[in-house]
Write a protein that binds this ligand. Structure first.
Ligand code: CMP
Length: 173
């Protein structure tokens, strides 16, 4: 017979184990479990037109990202302006949005531990001329404006950028 005094501690342990199992994957509540994060990425029109989209995707997979969402789009100027609204008023805004509306691009949602920093590290510095050897912008970018790839610069930006192009239904895993 089970001693009554053991029932409550046993139940408490069961509840704790169950609560741990149903934690969303994005919650980092144990030291041995790192934060799984999502970021937003673009293969820009120059990289797409140069036939480098496949090579960039191969690097994304090789580096261990999971591609949660992906589509090819041909943005119009207004859509590009909405996406880059934080740069409105800057001297490069018109060139940037014209370029982003100049041809097809690929928009993606990438998942990995520390995905935002991991993707920015893989892209390299904004200006391809300053990007480190082995980074995507160094390899596939041709100028500051035509720098091959885009990535979110923080969690709030990632949320906005992912929602700008993808619905929750498109990101079911
Ligand atoms: P991206 O990471 O997509 O974010 C904004 C883009 O503006 C940037 O990459 C560059 O391609 C482009 N850009 C053009 N001129 C500049 C500039 N002077 N400073 C920063 N970004 C610039």
């Amino acid at each position: 017979m089970i001693c009554k005094s053991l029932i409550f501690p046993a139940l408490a342990v069961l509840v704790m184990v169950a609560a741990d199992l149903i934690q969303p994957y994005s919650v980092n509540n144990r030291q041995d479990r790192k934060m799984i994060e999502r970021t937003f990425a673009i293969i820009k029109p120059n990289a797409f037109a140069d036939g480098n989209a496949g090579k960039i995707l191969a690097r994304i997979y090789a580096e261990g990202f999971t591609v949660i969402g992906l589509k090819k789009l041909y943005l119009n100027k207004r859509e590009a302006e909405g996406f880059y609204h934080v740069h409105q008023g800057k001297p490069f805004f018109n060139d940037l949005t014209e370029f982003m509306a100049s041809g097809p691009c690929i928009v993606m949602v990438l998942e990995a531990e520390g995905a935002i920093t991991k993707w920015r590290d893989l892209m390299g510095a904004t200006n391809p001329a300053e990007a480190a050897e082995g980074t995507l912008r160094r390899e596939f970018g041709t100028s500051l404006g035509r720098n091959a790839t885009h990535g979110s610069d923080g969690q709030e930006t990632a949320r906005f950028e992912i929602n700008y192009f993808f619905s929750a239904l498109e990101l079911l895993v």
